[in-house]
Design a protein around this ligand. Sequence first.
Ligand SMILES: [Zn+2]
Ligand SMILES: [Zn+2]
Length: 173
Amino acid sequence: MNHQTEITPRLGRILACPKCHGNLIAELSGSVEVGVCSEGCGTWVDIHQEKAFWDLKPEVFTVDEMLQFRKNYEGLGPQGPLRYINCPVCKQLMNRKVWGSYSGVFIDRCQAHGTWYGKEEVEKIREYIQKGGVEFEKFCLADSGMSALGLKLSQLETRLEHKINSLQMRARF
Ligand SMILES: [Zn+2]
Ligand SMILES: [Zn+2]
């Protein structure tokens, strides 16, 4: 029997699971086609589908809830020993990195082709987004931007004071 049509046809070729090397099966996640390992190793998401794949609506949060986020959210933690795996498209070793800033979920990413999500990682990231993880990241970014601005302003103020002082000194003589 020919199962070719069931296998992820993205980029016009059959992709192999980067872990067990079996074929990835095309599945729809919402309207996004992803490649899933039939042995359950994980899910491959094409780089062009990444945004649509994570198009989830988080709950609405207040600033106080946002500040609580890190206490309330537990990441996935390390999943076995660190082992780099190859991109199923270009076969180059992928980068291993944390998804977002605070999810604690490690994913494998090829800058050119897409991302490999291991077992449980898709679920954990979904939970992270729904609990406001992405909002929290923006919140932290804005907060650090504000304090950086505050620091710059106070430095500017100090410099102005120095300048005024030295001008006053000079005016006295
Ligand atoms: Zn596999
Ligand atoms: Zn690649």
